[in-house]
Design a binder for this molecule. Structure first.
Ligand code: 13P
Length: 249
């Protein structure tokens, strides 16, 4: 179902104590943005405690990653079923930082997608081009290939549960945001590409924008017809900024 969504990717930030405080503050203020689904994605170590904090609120919990395997001798990995046990219902997959620093490929991501669905976690699946790919005018081709090699393998039922996040790599943590027209152009392209495989179901999918989104630029980004919200990094660590972004629709 297409929803307005603002999700906070905390990345590798906050102590457990600070994370609980941040989640409590988001939950407390979430009543002011009842038309928007708020999701927070803290580090693995925080999930259980943050989940307890969010109980009874409308704020949903997400992980930032999951293992490719179900269980067993995979030191340092966290299974999707363990994530679901904490009360989380979402999992970010395919973030460019995972692709870039941890070598995640479409093959890896297909396994992770399967793990998420097996544990009833909805993926927040990230796609996006790098700066040189945009400068050489290959951004549509790159994003299409990212979708075709992963999301296109989903069943219709799995696709219905999926959120897409378009995060141009050149805009992440750089202070450089995509122009609202650039975001709309790519979001419309993503929806059209998904429609080639999933037909009218693509109209019902939420496509979030990510990359230096903040309270000053969120309104212009979210006012586009194919931008259904944001996946927020830095600004999600400040409750007032995160909520101000959610109020930008
Ligand atoms: P910033 O909002 O810090 O640019 O990060 C965006 C992001 O990567 C969210 O997943």
């Amino acid at each position: 179902m297409r929803k307005k969504i603002v999700a906070g990717n905390w990345k590798m930030n906050t102590s457990v104590t600070k994370g609980i405080e941040l989640a409590a503050a988001v939950a407390d203020k979430s009543k002011e943005t009842a038309n928007v689904l708020l999701i927070v994605a803290p580090p693995f170590t925080h999930l259980t405690k943050v989940g307890e904090q969010l109980k009874g609120s409308a704020v949903a919990l997400s992980a930032q990653n999951c293992a490719t395997e179900t269980s067993g001798a995979y030191t340092g990995e966290v299974a999707a079923s363990m994530i679901a046990d904490t009360g989380a219902t979402y999992c970010i997959l395919g973030h460019s930082e995972r692709r870039e620093y941890y070598g995640e490929t479409s093959e890896t991501l297909n396994k992770k997608l399967a793990q998420c669905f097996a544990s009833k976690l909805s993926p927040i699946f990230c796609v996006g081009e790098k700066l040189d790919e945009r400068e050489s005018n290959r951004h549509f081709e790159i994003v299409k290939a990212q979708l075709q090699s992963t999301v296109f393998n989903l069943s219709d039922e799995e696709f219905d549960q999926t959120i897409i996040a378009y995060e141009p790599v050149w805009a992440i943590g750089t202070g450089k945001t995509a122009m609202p027209e650039q975001a709309q152009e790519m979001h419309a392209f993503i929806r059209k590409t998904l429609a080639e495989k999933f037909g009218t179901k693509a109209d019902n999918i939420s496509i979030l924008y990510g990359g230096s989104c903040n309270p000053s630029n969120a309104k212009a980004l979210f006012s586009n017809p194919d931008v259904d919200g944001g996946l927020i990094g830095g600004a999600s660590l400040k409750v007032d900024d995160f909520l101000a972004i959610a109020k930008s629709f």
